[in-house]
Design a protein. Structure first.
Lengths: 159, 394
């Protein structure tokens, strides 16, 4: 299936969950999904006979600035050889999204990374801890408004 | 279908009764630290092992000791080109492959086409770096298991490749060789001859390695039927590269999602067959690497014969400023699928670069492979997925 067909099929199944889709004249077709429904959409995409997106290639946190964070899911099907990108936009003051760890195990560490570096909270994640930064780090470094702290544990940061 | 059904994990084996005692021994679990300074973790990785006697109940990897915020650096560069030296330092034993992934992504974003000669040289260099990376993986794996000699043989062969790299671009480990739209240097005049000489020299050495290590009884005993990763679980964990093919999945981006000019070459995709034990065990993952080196030599031999003349810098853009847009570009590096998610906002530096590092993802499947194994098997399993911490921590 190509991207417009996938988008149509998704819209048939989840009418209210797809506010926007860019599938024509772009390098990478993408479908925006409402944060609350991402888990149902993901499960449908993995298990439906026409979709079979069994591989979550990448899960990225994003800071779009202007009070918006986001999560981008790159999906691939090793069986049917098609790809699609899902996007979720979240408000910076309450960045909650449902975890897809139960659907693709690989999301576990990717979601921990997005939590660590962007502060996005994945609800019902089994083990949402920092993964790359030290446990006692303040703030989320990949946010665009992140300020490098002057001191870390009493040591002066030399940059 | 229950979302968890696909990844049902094996439970640790516990003896029901102790012979002569008639009941099980009272026991409790113990937590052992392995690393961060441990010779077989291949870098600064800490594994928290929960063990029941000699049996591993759970493994909790702790990473981040080498974290240097590559992604933040990318956003603060003044041009796309400046990211390349940092990309070198992700998987530092196969730096050429990292560069290739990044430049392929940026070139697609820019919509430029590079000269034929550049494509061929890039493929040759990327395959050489696959050989180098696999030689290190195999050599150090043997050392983890207790065979020291193959390591020296592998390092000896690796030196020949590094010589070719050095004569091409002056560097032996971190090259900054592939630029957006071209290469930093053309190859030296005797390049083709030295590549042919290496191929002639290297092919018998693979057989020697097989005799010395691959079919060695002690080595097989330590690796066969250990750390079995079933295909469905591997895909669910998005494991890639030799670790995925070791589980018997025919999946190689050079064939399944071709980039550069890989569709012009003939090569096979070796997969694990379970010759010594179960499909997806440590020996299968190891053996896939050995066969892949042979296939890389095949690709190099074809590419070097077809190498066209030309200028390697003619297509380098004066300024790199892609239109606003985004792209997930993935390439098959020695460790697996290396993805760069590059977002451009139309300025001279990337808005966001996310790296999907194959070692990071493969390491996340380690607990699933280790549960129920013995403590000494953890070393064998970790070595067989071949991680580089520079890439895990970024």
């Amino acid at each position: 299936m190509n991207a417009p067909e996938i988008c149509t099929a998704l819209k048939e199944r989840f009418a209210d969950a797809i506010p926007e889709a860019k599938t024509d004249n772009v390098l990478q077709p993408s479908i925006n999904v409402v944060p609350g429904t991402i888990k149902e959409v993901a499960l449908f995409l993995r298990d439906d006979e026409r979709m079979k997106f069994d591989l979550l290639m990448c899960l990225s946190g994003m800071d779009y600035t202007g009070g918006k964070l986001g999560v981008v899911y790159h999906l691939d099907s090793t069986v049917l050889k098609h790809k699609i990108t899902l996007k979720v936009q979240l408000p910076t003051d309450s960045p909650h999204v449902e975890s897809v760890e139960e659907i693709w195990k690989t999301a576990n560490w990717h979601e921990r990374e997005a939590f660590d570096l962007f502060g996005i909270i994945f609800d019902h994640h089994p083990d949402l801890r920092r993964i790359l930064m030290p446990d006692d780090w303040d703030g989320h470094p990949l946010r665009k408004d992140f300020q490098v702290p002057e001191y870390y544990n009493g040591m002066k940061v030399p940059y | 279908m229950d979302p968890r059904a696909i990844t049902a994990e094996p439970q640790a084996r516990r003896p029901d009764t102790v012979p002569g005692l008639g009941r099980s021994l009272d026991s409790q679990e113990m937590v052992i630290n392995m690393g961060p300074q441990h010779p077989s973790t291949h870098g600064v990785l800490r594994l928290e092992l929960v063990v029941d006697g000699e049996i591993v109940v759970d493994v909790i990897p702790h990473i981040g000791y080498l974290h240097r915020c590559f992604e933040k650096h990318c956003e603060h560069m003044t041009s796309y080109q400046q990211v390349i030296p940092y990309a070198d330092r992700l998987d530092y034993v196969a730096a050429m492959s990292n560069e290739l992934g990044y430049v392929v992504g940026v070139e697609r974003l820019l919509g430029i086409k590079v000269p034929e000669r550049v494509e061929y040289i890039r493929v040759i260099m990327a395959e050489f770096s696959r050989i180098v990376s696999h030689l290190i993986a195999i050599g150090t794996y043997g050392m983890d298991i207790g065979a020291f000699t193959p390591f020296l043989y592998c390092m000896r062969d690796r030196e020949h490749v590094l010589d070719i790299f050095e004569r091409t671009c002056g560097a032996r480990l971190l090259y900054n060789y592939m630029w957006v739209g071209g290469l930093s240097h053309d190859v030296p005049p005797d390049f083709q001859e030295s590549v042919r000489r290496f191929c002639r020299y290297f092919k018998p050495n693979v057989k020697e390695l097989n005799d010395l290590l691959s079919y060695n009884k002690i080595f097989v005993e330590r690796t066969a039927n250990v750390g079995v990763l079933p295909a469905a679980v591997a895909v669910n964990y998005a494991v890639s590269g030799p670790a995925l093919r070791g589980s018997g999945v025919h999946w190689d981006l050079r064939r399944d999602d071709p980039y550069s000019i890989y569709d012009r070459f003939e090569f096979d995709i070796p997969v694990g067959l379970g010759l010594k034990g179960t499909v997806g065990d440590c020996w299968d993952r190891y053996m896939v690497r050995v066969h892949e080196m042979e296939q890389s030599v095949r690709i190099i031999e074809q590419a070097v014969e077809q190498l066209p003349p030309g200028d390697v810098q003619s297509a380098i853009p004066k300024r790199i400023r892609p239109n606003a847009g985004e792209l997930y570009a993935r390439t098959e590096t020695p460790k697996g699928e290396l993805g760069y998610y590059i977002v451009s906002d139309g300025t001279a530096s990337p808005f966001r670069v996310k790296v999907k590092a194959p070692s990071f993802v493969n390491l996340s499947a380690l607990p699933a492979m280790c549960r129920g194994a013995m403590i000494s098997d953890v070393v064998a399993i970790l070595g067989s997925i071949d991680i580089v911490l520079g890439e895990v921590d970024r």
